[in-house]
Design a protein around this ligand. Structure first.
Ligand code: GLC
Length: 717
């Protein structure tokens, strides 16, 4: 339908039909449940059935049959035959479940991330979903917060690249039958919830917000994301969902966003408990004036907007522009021509977990694992007898807390993967007690199994419901008696590798020294067992690199690599000086830092070679460095470029990631890696929030991770 037809359609709509487009409820409201379910939820929201048949979108489509049935029934009842939009949380895969986004981040592989989103989009589109509430791009520095699982970590530059890759993967050019609209979330700054406590206050300087928290949302907007979701939290005293500075001044005016803004679940209603709206009417007024187009799962718009307009408390234009944006997205998706798009149950079943999709899921998984420690015991030989001990030995709860459409039974668990690799007869498992209980009754059996085996794998971690939304933890250690189990197994002295299943960086301080090897696996998804077997038995050389610091202890939080130096930095040579920025009882450094990850081989770096050390504003500097594989196994090295602005009008981080290159090296192979450094890489927000670079000295650091780097200096003049 052409745009002028949309304006014509809008002109035919009654005010109630326009308001209806701004409404979104879950699928249950549309279901044909003989128990009158459709009236049950309606009562809670004080709405009548006609609201349902005027509503604009549905939350939670997950299969083609339902979507087709709901759409057909809806179109029979909707006066102007305006089709429904179907939206769902497709966060890291649909039925083929990829690793959690925090793990995908550790691949540092944008093409692979994009491919995972394309596959998710295809399976979702075949299942009748038109919009995904993904990517979640909130920058995080606090692993107590459960939703770190959904993001790609602590760096604004890297998060921006992943945001772009995911949006491109889901949306393509929005013309392909398997493209779906993406919704970047949660705008803005949700990851900075105080103390890592879910739904808590966010309060920071605008400079920090712009420097660290906004870039990834902007990257999604620049990539053409169709929707933006508001966050639950306040931003400097005003909840995002009622914050017109965020949504009209920054998102729409500064960034030029023309798509749909949707509230998070009940976030319009929550303006009341936040204390910025006295009732639903004021909540509706504040939200639509701030720029929220769709109210998710509450009924303040439908119960108040008509009166607010009739009493001229708000302008009709606000309603028209919101309704038109929703019609435009439906038009872009071709729903007016074909309300069912590619929904097709049979094709969906053929696509789910097909060979190609499983292969990509396996590749993403084994590239997301981060080898944290290895006292030369990995990889294991395939000839060895293996004991897998711990609650994740054959646990299928390995998809992560946001794998909404995934089915645990379809995942390859740890035991199955190891058996696929080395045969059934060489593997025994002992769960050794639950994930989060005090039961040690299986310890003896576990110890006996370890004593009999050649090598031991400790499969430990958090249950997936211990992270994700509303999954904040104040203590981020291995739950239950898992640490005690690990220490008992370490005492036996067999080659033992700890494999961690978790949705956040965990505190490992009490046991990591005794662990001969540690592999961080996160929640690896549908191909967990096969991917782990690939790495543990050496068919794949681990290449994952951390994108979120693993703290030495929870007392260190927030701990992140791109911190400021302070006036009394604790540097080499200051040992013994009390009066430094430090703790008297723990180190400043995290246990494992940003960009870190071991390999089965070793890489050596030459010195940085700069083509010049003085750069004018319109020039670039070329930095070259040689990297050699000095080990015995081929591998993928992620060469990282960091820059430090040594002196500026505001303090600047001790280093910031500004680029990286992934290179494949055979044993003894050496490659030269080149980075072009331009003035745009040197810009930052000064104290007036102007985005600019300043003359002066800069340090370049290139290396394996944020600590192991070679350095050089140049000056911008
Ligand atoms: C949830 C989440 C959001 C999700 C939405 C719809 O509360 O905060 O990320 O997309 O509701 O399920």
């Amino acid at each position: 339908m052409k745009n002028m037809d949309l304006n014509n359609l809008l002109s035919q709509m009654t005010i109630d039909e326009k308001i209806g487009q701004l409404v979104q409820f879950v699928r249950a409201f549309y279901s044909d449940d003989k128990n009158g379910e459709i009236t049950g939820p309606l009562n809670e929201l004080n709405i009548t059935e006609d609201v349902i048949w005027n509503s604009g979108s549905v939350l939670g489509s997950d299969n083609a049959e339902d979507m087709i049935e709901i759409q057909k029934r809806y179109l029979e009842k909707n006066r102007l035959k305006i089709p429904l939009l179907f939206m769902a949380d497709v966060i890291h895969g649909f039925r083929t479940v990829f690793p959690i986004p925090l793990a995908i981040g550790c691949t540092w592989d944008m093409e692979l991330a994009k491919k995972s989103a394309e596959i998710a989009a295809k399976e979702a589109a075949l299942s009748g979903t038109n919009v995904t509430f993904s990517p979640m791009v909130d920058l995080v520095r606090d692993p107590r917060w459960g939703r770190v699982i959904e993001t790609t970590g602590e760096d604004p530059y890297l998060n921006g690249l992943f945001a772009t890759a995911f949006v491109q993967g889901y949306q393509g050019n929005m013309t392909d039958e398997y493209n779906i609209a993406a919704c970047v979330k949660h705008f803005a700054g949700y990851g900075a919830s105080e103390a890592g406590r879910e739904y808590n206050t966010v309060d920071m300087s605008e400079r920090n917000l712009r420097e660290n928290y906004l870039p990834s949302y902007k990257a999604a907007v620049d990539a053409g994301v169709e929707l933006v979701m508001t966050s639950f939290n306040t931003v400097n005293g005003i909840p995002s969902t009622g914050n017109s500075y965020l949504m009209r001044d920054i998102l729409r005016k500064e960034w030029g966003f023309k798509g749909i803004v949707i509230s998070d679940w009940a976030a319009v209603q929550e303006l009341i408990p936040h204390g910025v709206a006295k009732d639903g009417k004021e909540a509706a007024k504040k939200a639509i004036e701030a720029g929220v187009d769709i109210e998710m799962m509450t009924s303040n718009y439908v119960n108040n907007l008509r009166e607010l307009i009739e009493k001229e408390k708000i302008k009709m234009e606000l309603l028209d522009e919101a309704a038109l944006r929703i019609l435009e997205l439906k038009n872009k998706l071709g729903l007016f021509e074909n309300p069912y798009r590619t929904a097709n149950a049979q094709k969906a079943e053929e696509a789910y977990l097909c060979k190609e999709h499983r292969e990509i899921a396996r590749e993403v998984a084994y590239k997301s694992f981060v080898l944290l420690k290895n006292n030369n015991i990995l990889p294991f030989s395939k000839e060895k007898n293996v004991a897998i001990i711990g609650p994740f030995a054959k646990n299928n709860r390995i998809l992560g807390p946001w794998s909404v459409q995934g089915k645990e039974e379809e995942a390859v668990n740890f035991l199955e993967g190891i058996q696929n690799k080395i045969g059934r007869e060489k593997v025994v498992t002992v769960e050794g007690g639950g994930i989060n209980c005090e039961d040690k009754s299986n310890f003896a059996e576990a110890i006996e199994a370890a004593q009999k085996a050649d090598v031991v794998i400790l499969a430990l971690g958090e249950d997936q419901d211990m992270s994700g939304e509303a999954g904040s933890r104040a203590y981020i250690t291995l739950p239950g008696v898992q640490e005690e189990l690990a220490k008992e197994i370490f005492k036996i002295g067999k080659p033992t590798a700890v494999v961690l299943f978790n949705g956040r960086p965990l505190e490992m301080t009490s046991w990591y020294k005794e662990a001969p090897a540690i592999l961080e696996a996160w929640f690896p998804g549908s191909e967990t067992g096969n991917a782990l077997a690939d790495v543990l038995f050496g068919d794949v050389n681990p290449s994952g690199r951390l994108t979120m610091s693993i703290p030495y202890t929870v007392g260190q939080i927030p701990v992140y690599y791109n911190c400021y130096n302070t006036g009394r930095p604790k540097n080499e040579g200051t040992e013994g000086n009390r009066f430094l920025s430090q703790y008297i009882d723990i180190p400043n450094e995290p246990l494992y830092h940003f960009g870190y990850g071991l390999s089965y081989t070793e890489y050596s770096y030459g010195d940085i070679d700069l083509n010049k050390t003085v750069m004018k504003y319109n020039e670039k500097i070329t930095a070259k460095i040689k990297v050699k594989n000095i080990g015995k196994m081929a591998g993928i090295e992620t060469v990282q470029l960091y820059i430090r602005d040594i002196t500026a009008s505001t303090v600047r981080p001790i280093k910031e990631l500004k680029g990286f290159k992934k290179i494949y090296l055979e044993p003894n192979e050496e490659k030269q890696v080149t980075f072009e450094i331009g003035e745009d890489m040197l810009k930052f927000y000064n104290s007036e929030c102007n985005y600019l670079s300043e003359k002066g000295k800069f340090e370049i650091m290139i290396g394996h991770d944020c600590k192991n780097v070679k350095g050089a200096e140049f000056e911008l003049i």
